[in-house]
Ligand binder design. Sequence first.
Ligand SMILES: *[C@@H]1O[C@H](CO)[C@@H](O)[C@H](O)[C@H]1NC(C)=O
Ligand SMILES: *[C@@H]1O[C@H](CO)[C@@H](O)[C@H](O)[C@H]1NC(C)=O
Ligand SMILES: *[C@@H]1O[C@H](CO)[C@@H](O)[C@H](O)[C@H]1NC(C)=O
Length: 398
Amino acid sequence: MRLQMRRTLTLVLLCLFLFGALIYKINNSPLVNQNGILREYLVGGQVGVARRPATRTILLWSSFFGNRRWNLPYDTLGPQQFREDLGCPVYQCELSNRHEYLPSLELYDAIVYHVAQPFPVLLPLPARRSPHQAYVFALLEPPGETKHRLSDEQHFYNLTMTYRLDSDIVWPYAHVLDTFTGAPIAPAPFPHWRQPPALGSWNDSTVASLWHTKSKMAAWFVSHCQTLSEREQLAAALQKHIQVDIYGKCGTLNCARDDPHCSEMLDTDYMFYLAFENSLCTDYVTEKLYDALQRRIVPVVFGGANYSRFLPPHSYIDANRFDSVEELAQHMRFVAADKEEYISYFWWREHYHLATFSPFCELCASLHQPSWTHRTQSYDNIESWWFNGCRLSSHIRL
Ligand SMILES: *[C@@H]1O[C@H](CO)[C@@H](O)[C@H](O)[C@H]1NC(C)=O
Ligand SMILES: *[C@@H]1O[C@H](CO)[C@@H](O)[C@H](O)[C@H]1NC(C)=O
Ligand SMILES: *[C@@H]1O[C@H](CO)[C@@H](O)[C@H](O)[C@H]1NC(C)=O
C-alpha cells in the first residue's frame, strides 16, 4: 500500500515536472513562426534575390522631432499607402514606427535613425543586426545640429538620407519639376535647365502690375539671431546701403508667418526676399527659399550651396557671386529700378513648378535595386564626410 502511494506520488511529481518544463519551454522560446520567418529570410538572402520577399520593410527607430510618424499620414504604411498616399513609383514597401511590427528587429530591411536627435534613452539599440539590413543615417539639418557623437558610430550606418546631393537617398526640402513633362529637374548635380528668354521678349502682366505697388526693397523673416553663417552681419551691412525690413525676434517688425497678409505683403510691398541660410553647408537650401519662390518676389540667397543645382537660371540673386555687400546692394537697386529686368526673374514660372516627395519613396526604390542586394556598404567614418561639407565664413566684404 505504502509502496503504491510512493509510486503514485513519484508519478505525480514527474508529471508536474514535465508540465513545468513544458510551460518553461513555451515561455522562453520565440514563437514558432518567428523562427520560421527568420530562417526563410536568412536562407533566402543567401540563395539570392529571387527568394527574398517582394516587399521591403522599413522601421522608423525614433521620432522625427517628437513626430512619431515623421509627418507621414499613418503609423504603418503598406504598398497601397506608398502608392496612393505618397505617390511612389516603386511602392512595394512596408514602413512602421512600431518596433514589434515584425517579430524580430533583424527582419527589417532598413532601420532609420534620426541623427538630429540622440538615440532614445529608454530604447536599447538592436542587440544583433542582420548582414542584409541597412541602418539609415537620416536628417534634414546641417551638421551643426547633429546630436550624435559620430566618431563613436563608425561602421554603423549603411545608407545616408540627407539633403546633400551625394547622399545615397537625397532628401531635399523641395523639388523643381518641369511643368510640361512632369519630370523632376532639380536638385541634381547637373540639371538640364531651359535657357531664360532674351530680356524684353517675355512679359508677365501680374508681376508687371505688382512692380508698381512694390515700394520697399527687402524683407527678412528671421528667428535665430546668431548663426554660424553670420548672415546677421551680412544683413546688417546690407542695411547700410538699402532698406532691409527685419521681421521676427531679431528685428524691429512683427508679422505672424501664418497670417496670410504677411505673405501677400511679399507680393505687393517688397522687391526682394532674403533667403539667408544659418549654415554655409554644401547643398543646404531650406524651405524659406522655396516658400519665397511661391510668391512674386525675387529671392536673394546666401548659403553654402551651388544654387544652379537647385533653381532655374535667372530666378534668384546669389549674394556669394558678389565681392562686396556694396556691389550686391548696387545690383539689387538696378534690378528693382528696371521694370523689364525685374520681370525677367519670373520667366521660369511658365516652365517649372515646385513639389515635395517623401524621401521614403527613394528609400523604398533603393531597397529594391538589384545592385543593393548584392552590395554591402557601410560608412566607416561618416563624420568626415558629414562635417567636411561646411565652411565657417563667406568671402563677401562687409
Ligand atoms: C555649380 O554647378 C554647376 C552645375 O553642375 C556647375 O556647372 C558649376 O561649375 C558649379 N559651380 C561651382 C562654383 O562649383
Ligand atoms: C507687359 O505687360 C504689361 C501689362 O499687360 C504692360 O503694361 C507692359 O507694357 C508690358 N511690357 C512689355 C515690355 O511688353
Ligand atoms: C551594413 O553595415 C554592417 C556593419 O558594417 C555590415 O555588417 C552589413 O553587412 C552592412 N549591410 C549592408 C546591407 O550593406
